[in-house]
Design a protein around this ligand. Structure first.
Ligand SMILES: [Zn+2]
Length: 430
């Protein structure tokens, strides 16, 4: 039998939100699934100090399901290194693919066994191809659920520069569509292109998004009443257009994610029935109640907000805690890629800093991630450990209840019953 048995002393069970003792897990390396989870009786039948072949000793470590980052971009690297515009303008497609390969390996070694990748950022449908390459074992990486191209209305998303003569001077990132019939077709095109999740912009910096992006027209000192926000977000789809995106995606049993930076945009998306709302900068309790009623998940992307919204960041942490307190489902997605792949755990650290219990955060970064991918509609179960779930298992070197940095000390990584990291070292990577 192609079986491996992992022995743990401390295991986090996200369904119970508890650390449990003395559990062993059998996995099948052919199916990639867990075949058995059982509690040992170490007093009666102690394990030997040295285990046999086919056994992995994770005793003394802090074991949990592999993490799920619910908002990533494999084709982006940190904005500290280059802006999104620079990356799209100056980096070739091969370079961006090679970077994505590196990003995926780094993410896996950081304990992230699933990525929900929300937009290919001018790389067309290549995210679906990278997903398939990983699934076929060509490169190591998280299991990807991809959005391919994001939907936006005409003129609402694409980066424009002063020198574009009114046109676009960068490869298009989003698919521009208007009106319910065009939208119906666009969702069908995305599904056909291999999208696992449909992503759309409910709002965006619609009027001016030049480089540099903070410039507001007219940018002369004689403006008497300059707007507080030089480049504000506006809603870019009507309610009926948002409704159509969700209705058509539902036919394909495909979850929908909406980028929402305004309250109006978020309310429209929630009413339309999206599975997740991303960023979520404008909120009210009424909105949170509606989310709860509709089963809509909040992905607050605190890790990118920490970088680009320093002034309002404290309030974003407060509102994330508020949402959680009111019973809104929260998932962990950092908008990873806009900062370094491998630093994904920053999102969990910021949620903990916001006052959410460690156990709740770990659950949001595992089961919450699976739900964001569509739960059973995504065709797999991951994010918790029981018979029949994917054998995605990681171990931390130190106790996250005691060590704030523990989430970054990933000592062991198994995905689909294949070991990629052991005793802190990458293995099986050529
Ligand atoms: Zn994003």
């Amino acid at each position: 039998m192609p079986e491996i048995t992992l022995h743990t002393s401390t295991l986090f069970n996200p369904k119970q939100k508890k650390f449990v003792k003395g559990v062993s897990i059998k996995v099948n390396t052919q199916s990639g699934l867990i075949t058995k989870v059982f509690t040992r009786n170490d007093a009666k039948q102690p394990l030997p100090d040295v285990l046999t072949d086919g056994e992995v000793d994770l005793r003394g470590k802090f074991v949990m399901p592999g993490f799920v980052d619910a908002h990533t971009h494999i084709f982006l690297h940190s904005y500290d290194e280059a802006s999104a515009i620079t990356q799209k303008r100056d980096e070739s497609m091969p370079e961006r693919i090679i970077r994505a390969v590196n990003h995926c390996r780094t993410a896996l070694l950081a304990g992230y066994t699933t990525y929900r990748d929300l937009g290919s950022e001018s790389m067309q449908d290549a995210d679906a191809n990278v997903r398939d390459a990983i699934a076929r074992g060509l490169i190591p990486g998280p299991r990807l659920f991809v959005a391919t191209r994001v939907l936006a209305s005409t003129g609402s998303f694409e980066s424009r520069t002063e020198n574009s003569m009114g046109g676009h001077c960068l490869p298009a990132g989003a698919e521009a569509v208007d009106g319910v019939e065009e939208i119906r077709k666009a969702v069908r095109r995305r599904i056909a292109a291999g999208a696992d999740v449909i992503k759309f912009f409910a709002d965006y910096r619609r009027r001016i998004m030049r480089s540099p992006p903070a410039v507001q027209h007219p940018y002369v000192p004689s403006v008497l009443h300059p707007p507080k926000e030089p480049n504000p977000d506006y809603v870019v789809f009507s309610q009926e257009e948002m409704d159509m995106i969700v209705a058509e995606a539902n036919l394909a049993k495909c979850p929908v994610a909406a980028h929402c930076c305004t309250l109006e945009g978020a309310m429209g998306a929630i009413k339309a029935g999206v599975k997740t709302i991303e960023h979520v900068y404008g909120v009210t309790d009424e909105m949170f109640h509606l989310m709860k009623e509709k089963g809509c998940i909040m992905v607050p992307t605190l890790a990118i907000a920490e970088q680009i919204h320093k002034q309002k960041f404290a309030s974003l942490q407060v509102q994330t805690k508020r949402a959680h307190d009111l019973g809104v489902r929260v998932a962990c997605g950092g908008d990873t890629g806009t900062f370094r792949h491998g630093d994904n755990a920053r999102e969990m650290e910021l949620m903990i800093e916001a006052g959410i219990q460690l156990e709740d955060v770990l659950e949001a970064c595992t089961v919450g991630g699976w739900e964001s991918c569509g739960a059973d509609l995504c065709g797999r179960r991951f994010g918790w450990l029981e018979e029949g779930t994917q054998a995605d298992i990681i171990a931390l070197e130190t106790d996250p209840r005691l060590d704030k940095a523990a989430l970054r000390k990933v000592d062991f990584v198994m995905k689909d019953a294949k070991i990629w990291k052991q005793d802190g070292n990458a293995i099986g990577m050529i």
